[in-house]
Design a protein around this ligand. Sequence first.
Ligand code: 5GP
Length: 118
Amino acid sequence: MVGTTIFHKIVRREIPADIVFEDDDIMVFKDIHPKAPLHLLFIAKRDEDFVPSIDDLTEKTAHVPGLLIRKAQQFAREHGIKGYQLRFHVGKDGGQEVFYLHLHFLSNQKLEQQQSER
Ligand code: 5GP
């Protein structure tokens, strides 16, 4: 994946991240400054799915937010996370700092709790 943002570097494994899930389409890793007991970031990995922000969506990339939301739903179900918040920050004035589209997944339910309860 070409590109210069910090999330491109995480996808290319040039900088470390606490990756909790990955498949051919997406990567999920823990936010470095969590705003909730569980704070994950969902990003699309394919070059053709790259879009800086919701504000930059086109017909070609309009499916990407849906992909991220669907993967978040599946992740939550698989980990028994019953309640969570999903957020997109849009533009600098919307609090966006990293211009690589990402879905924030926040929950009061910790992943570790889920795993240790099994
Ligand atoms: P934004 O405000 O752009 O929607 O959110 C960017 C998020 O990325 C922030 O919550 C921030 O804490 C997180 N973040 C920034 N740099 C890094 C990093 O190098 N690694 C990880 N894991 N998260 C990061």
